[in-house]
Ligand binder design. Structure first.
Ligand SMILES: Nc1ncnc2c1ncn2[C@@H]1O[C@H](COP(=O)(O)OP(=O)(O)OP(=O)(O)O)[C@@H](O)[C@H]1O
Length: 793
């Protein structure tokens, strides 16, 4: 309920008790006076009649002051006569002429009585009216006082409300100012965060750059390592060859002083190189250690960066929360403002609203305080994060400096390596030259051994407790890179396992690639272009990797395709010196002691062929298809054609076993128009069929015949080699088609290289031992000095 109404109801109201006898007149008078004032009838307050005037009430006063007891009152007269006071007052007494005064008095007596009663009545009415007026006056005064008090109260309330409104306004503007400050601080914090983010991403980029440099440095170190290994290998070869030099032909006595000087030079160079290698090794190791430290530091840096990133994320979350709070506060302030507006508009002065405003203000203040605290915390967090960043940056700087140092060390290393490489290259040239001279003078067949990797089937076949691999390689000493050891397991008759060591011109371990193998023979291939007869053949047990070494596959190209490519590239290079080359290729196989033309077509197929060697060492195979070739692709298509025809079968030891000896022959004729020189070289590349223990392979039928023929021809090859080694007068070249075909290579003026292919499996250790023994004999076999076929045109 409205407070004003409550207060008005408390103001005393004069009560009016109207006597029933006077009601009509009073009502009439009231009505009249109201009409005169023009005020609405129902709103006129009725004065309260207290008591009648004392004299009239008691009736004990003199006649002049009140009616005489027993006299009729005006009310009775009016009731009786029905007259109104006006009727009495306006009545005129008319006497007949001559009426006596006594009579007149008598006639006048009732009128006088009526007038007296009316007079008394009017007097009492007047007194009553005066009393009422008095009461109305005091009531009016009371009302006036109440109104004044109320006005005062209202004015006080209004002033209080106004003060509260002012206070709320001040609180609001304070809140708004605080909000604006908060906003400002938030944007500042955001700007700082953005700055921080940019700094962080820059640091991250710098770090990535450093990481890239680290990787590059690591790659360089690896490259250097590989080069050092290569250098070590070269040094070892130098060692080997320098020691071989000592034992060589006494016929070189005259040259020995010069050779010795050269050898000493090589040894000195080698020692110097060894020293450099050791030094470089130390440098590389320290570089590696530094790199490891660097990597560790980079890892720490990365962790710190991640920690900073996490802190930034937390800060961002805090900032979001602050932003949400700020928005909430802004919304509340807005609501408050709206509320104030409403209050202002309504002019309401509700104490509750004021209280609510005060409460909101207090809440606002509390929130502002907490926001301020949060901002302080944020600020301190930002400071800490900045410190972290500075630390990370200084760390990155020091890492950068270390990296620069490392780089400069690496460049020093690089230049000393380049220097060492140059020296190694020079000494390698000397070594090769020396080696070729010795080889040519010595005139023996060179032997390279290649041990293939263990096949999955071999690893699986090895029983538990049996070592699947029987071969090993010396890791130091004179035989490093050219030695191979094989352990032949013990047998049931009590024979203990036996280890056998062999040394060849070169030994390729299972890890050797096709490329590295070819690199070793490329010079030999090159000499075919110079007019030499070059013969490279692969010998070994079935499944030991002969075809893989000679032909390889599309992705792992072997010696034949690589040699062809080199010959054509070399011929093109010699073209600039005036050389013109023509080349003819042929391919044959010896299958079951028969020559077969692998390039024959139509009528040519199935023809019988004979081999003839003329006095000048030229070998001719009758009716053999000779194809002019002008590039590697032409030869490649011939190879594919031939391989389709070659006799291949599945044996117990090899799914794709070559059942024949395959001979690829490239005749190279060169003419130099300016020097009038002619050269005639031959490149024979031979993939022999594999030796096989018939008993163990369990071959029958066709496979048995093939195996017998293969073994027979290989044993004939052995006989020829041994005969040559013994310097027998008669060498049984004619004992097989193979030895007859290879006669010029084995016993003539050719440069011959034999690959002995070996399986590493313990299962085939006995066969491998046989192959290695055979190869050893071949290596010791002297076949004469290689001769270059050069004539004047
Ligand atoms: N160096 C090597 N690296 C990987 N695999 C090899 C290697 N040498 C040989 N092999 C694999 O060994 C298996 C036998 O090799 P390959 O056919 O060359 O033997 P082979 O001596 O020619 O046998 P055969 O005398 O029966 O013809 C093949 O699967 C071949 O791919």
């Amino acid at each position: 309920m409205d407070g004003t109404m409550r207060r008005e109801s408390r103001i005393p109201k004069p009560s009016l008790a109207v006597s029933s006898g006077r009601a009509a007149l009073g009502d009439k008078q009231n009505t009249l006076s109201q009409k005169r004032r023009g005020a609405p009838l129902e709103t006129v307050p009725e004065p309260k009649r207290t008591t009648a005037p004392a004299a009239a009430a008691s009736g004990s006063g003199p006649a002049a002051t009140g009616p005489v007891a027993g006299e009729e009152s005006w009310q009775d007269i009016a009731e009786r006569t029905g007259m109104a006071p006006e009727d009495v007052l306006s009545r005129r007494l008319v006497f007949k002429k001559g009426t006596l005064p006594a009579k007149k008095l008598e006639e006048m007596a009732p009128v006088i009585k009526e007038l007296k009663a009316l007079g008394w009545h009017l007097k009492s009415e007047h007194e009553r009216a005066a009393l009422d007026a008095q009461q109305w006056k005091s009531h009016g005064e009371e009302l006036q006082r109440a109104a004044e008090a109320k006005a005062e109260e209202v004015a006080g309330q209004e002033a209080a409300a106004r003060a509260q409104v002012e206070e709320a306004k001040a609180a609001l503007s304070k809140a708004e100012a605080a909000g604006a400050g908060l906003q400002e601080r938030l944007s500042e914090a955001e700007a700082r965060l953005a700055e921080r983010d940019a700094e962080l991403s820059e640091a991250r980029r710098a770090l990535e750059g450093r990481e890239g440099e680290l990787e590059k440095a690591a790659a360089q170190v690896e490259e250097r390592d590989a080069k050092i290994r290569e250098m070590e290998e070269v040094v070892r070869q130098s060692q080997r060859y320098s020691s071989t030099l000592q034992g060589y032909n006494t016929s070189l006595q005259n040259d020995i002083t010069a050779e010795k000087a050269r050898r000493d030079e090589a040894v000195r160079a080698r020692e110097e190189l060894q020293g450099q290698v050791a030094e470089l090794g130390g440098l590389v190791r320290s570089g590696e250690r530094m790199l490891a430290l660097e990597k560790e530091a980079a890892g720490k840096l990365r962790e710190e960066r991640e920690a900073v990133g996490r802190e930034v994320a937390v800060l961002r979350m805090d900032l979001d929360a602050t932003r949400a709070d700020r928005e909430r506060i802004t919304a509340e302030a807005k609501e408050l403002k709206e509320e104030l507006e409403r209050i202002r508009e309504a002019g309401g002065r509700s104490a509750e609203t004021m209280e609510a405003i005060a409460n909101s203000k207090a809440t606002l203040e509390a929130q502002l305080t907490s926001q301020r605290a949060l901002l302080d915390a944020l600020r301190s967090d930002l400071g800490a994060a900045r410190e972290h960043q500075a630390l990370a940056e200084s760390l990155a700087d020091s890492r950068g400096r270390q990296l620069d140092e490392l780089k400069s060390q690496l460049s020093t290393l690089q230049s000393s390596l380049e220097d060492a490489e140059r020296r190694v290259f020079e000494s390698e040239l000397i070594r090769r030259k020396l080696h070729n001279t010795i080889q040519e003078l010595k005139g023996n067949i060179r032997v390279f051994c290649r041990v293939r990797p263990a096949l999955q089937s071999e690893l699986e076949a090895a029983g538990s407790g049996t070592e699947p691999v029987a071969t090993s390689f010396p890791t130091a000493g004179d035989l490093l890179g050219r030695g191979v050891e094989i352990v032949v397991p013990g047998n049931l008759s009590g024979q203990a396992p036996q280890k056998h060591s062999f040394g060849f011109d070169k030994v390729f371990a299972p890890t050797a690639t096709q490329e590295s193998v070819f690199e070793e023979i490329s010079e030999l291939v090159q000499s075919a272009l110079d007019g030499h007869k070059v013969c490279i053949f692969a010998y070994g047990q079935t499944g030991s990797g002969k075809t893989y070494t000679m032909l390889g596959s599309e992705s792992q190209r072997g010696i034949i395709p690589r040699a062809i490519q080199q010959i054509f590239e070399g011929s093109r290079a010699l073209g600039t010196q005036g050389w013109m080359f023509t080349m003819q290729a042929s391919m044959l196989e010896i299958y079951n002691e028969e020559y077969k033309d692998l390039l024959a077509r139509g009528k040519g197929t199935g023809k019988k062929h004979n081999v003839v060697h003329d006095a000048s060492g030229v070998t001719t195979v009758s009716d053999l298809t000779l194809v002019d070739v002008d590039g590697p692709s032409a030869v490649q298509s011939l190879l594919s054609r031939a391989m389709e025809k070659r006799s291949v079968g599945c044996t117990a030891m090899n799914e794709q076993s070559s059942r024949s000896h395959m001979v690829f022959s490239l005749r190279i004729d060169g003419v130099n128009a300016s020097s009038q020189l002619k050269v005639g070289g031959v490149l024979n590349l031979i993939d022999l069929a594999g030796s096989e223990r018939v008993k163990e392979s369990g071959a029958t039928g066709v496979r048995l015949t093939e195996a017998q023929n293969i073994n027979k021809s290989l044993s004939a090859l052995g006989d020829v080699i041994f005969s040559l080694a013994n310097k027998d007068k008669h060498v049984p070249f004619r004992n097989s088609k193979l030895t007859w075909l290879l006669q010029p290579c084995l016993g003539g003026d050719a440069k011959t290289l034999m690959f002995v292919n070996v399986s590493p499996a313990t299962e085939y250790a006995n066969e491998s031992l046989c192959s290695l023994r055979f190869a050893s004999k071949v290596n010791a076999c002297e076949i004469g000095t290689a001769r270059r076929n050069v004539k004047t045109a």
